[in-house]
Design a protein around this ligand. Structure first.
Ligand code: GDD
Ligand code: MN
Length: 377
């Protein structure tokens, strides 16, 4: 490292007012909670050089505006307003990476996480007892009073799957409340998934037991204003993360969903073909083409709703996306047939050639759709 820009030791950093702790707060439609959280942080973090980084996904209720107003009165408040993107994990990752403090915490904006634990968490990191401190609902002294029965059951079930399948050693890997050494986080960051809700589980699974972790109990409170953004899709996200980590990131949930949607397309195709032939008495080539057309359309709609729901195309963009999708799939068909032909040429086994072609087709369609239809903005 360049001598001239070697960072000052922590005590000196604190003395010249550089933050030692960045509190990263993802937010979406939380405008009524921001000021309250800020005041609570200010009250509890006395004697600590802290900053708070709100990462807001362009909330329709203009939460970011409230944060900006605060930031104009206090330099410890920072605002990252992301446009065209959604996702809790991604927001947390960007927030932590935007910090230069040696320690970063993640907590909800809605006051469900107990901010009075932060200084103790920081002590554990600074003292070297831990590289990651997790606020846990499921260790002695912790609780999740505000959960209804259904959600408590789901949470416990997911936790036990994570422990068994991924060998995760902590009791509350689904917690959204933790503090980590930023240098350790930066090492892991490139491997983390920006999709979904379960950033802590991702961190712990990705670290493969190499992260010294301490859990401390806290009580998961009730939401002050607004409502939870966790919906039934969270279960899908969770499954995807487990799958990805289990296969060492070889299979992603997105690809699997894309392939599954492709599978439903087969049925749509056959159904349309049947109707066109039997009901409307179309000649076979026309009926077959209609089948392909309807199947591509339904695949597009399903992918837009499920596979790419975090990048869902809306309004006019749907039309453009649909045509791009038709184009991608048409080329994919050539790739499919081409590969099937060359496999059959070497080894005339019909199902092997057919399967190789289909695999080529789905991989092509997936890769190209990611580039041309649901482009990351
Ligand atoms: N930037 C951004 N983008 N923030 C988001 C998004 C998003 O797409 N979705 C949710 N948030 C913010 C919310 O505004 C809130 O501050 C925080 O992330 C958590 O979302 P909630 O909707 O309040 O989730 P929850 O209370 O049901 O669950 C939370 O606590 C659980 C227990 O610790 C989450 O943190 C879970 O991950 C956690 O398991
Ligand atoms: Mn919450």
């Amino acid at each position: 490292m360049n001598e001239a820009i070697r960072p000052a030791p922590e005590s000196a950093q604190q003395a010249i007012g550089l933050p030692v702790l960045s509190v990263v707060v993802p937010s979406f439609n939380e405008r009524d909670n921001i000021a309250k959280l800020y005041r609570k942080l200010e009250a509890t973090l006395t004697g600590i050089a802290w900053e708070v980084i709100f990462v807001d996904d362009n909330s329709p209720d203009r939460t970011w505006e409230v944060v900006r107003d605060l930031a104009r009165t206090d330099r410890r408040v920072r605002c990252i307003r992301r446009v065209g993107r959604r996702g809790l994990s991604g927001a947390c990752i960007e927030g932590i990476l935007a910090s230069s403090a040696p320690f970063a915490a993640v907590m909800d904006a809605d006051l469900q996480h107990d901010e009075t634990q932060l200084s103790r968490m920081l002590q554990l990191l600074q003292g070297g007892q831990a590289e990651l401190v997790v606020g846990s609902r499921y260790v002695e002294g912790g609780s999740a009073e505000s959960f209804n029965k259904q959600r408590a059951g789901a949470s416990a079930f997911a936790t036990s799957i994570a422990k068994r399948v991924l060998g995760v050693g902590i009791n509350d890997p689904m917690s959204g409340f933790f503090m980590i050494r930023r240098d350790r986080f930066e090492q892991l960051a490139p491997k983390l998934s920006t999709q979904g809700f379960k950033i802590l589980l991702d961190i712990v699974a990705t670290a493969h037991g190499e992260l010294k972790t301490v859990e401390i109990p806290y009580t998961f409170g009730s939401r002050l204003h607004g409502e939870s953004k966790l919906d039934s899709m969270v279960a899908l996200d969770f499954l995807g993360l487990v799958l990805a980590k289990f296969t060492n990131d070889v299979i992603s949930l997105r690809f699997l969903m894309f392939a599954m949607v492709g599978g439903t397309g087969l049925f749509v195709h056959l159904g349309t073909l049947f109707l066109a032939l039997r009901l409307f008495g179309w000649p076979f080539p026309e009926a077959q083409a209609a089948g392909a057309f309807v199947a591509m359309t339904s695949n597009f709609i399903l992918n837009n709703f499920l596979t790419y729901r975090d990048q869902r195309l809306k309004g006019f963009a749907i039309l453009g996306g649909l045509f791009a999708f038709y184009l991608v799939c048409s080329v994919g068909l050539f790739a499919n047939v081409g590969v099937a032909f060359s496999v059959y040429d070497q080894e005339p086994i019909w199902w092997l050639a057919g399967a190789a072609g289909a695999l080529m087709g789905v991989v092509w369609n997936y890769a190209m759709s990611g580039l041309f239809v649901w482009r990351k903005r």
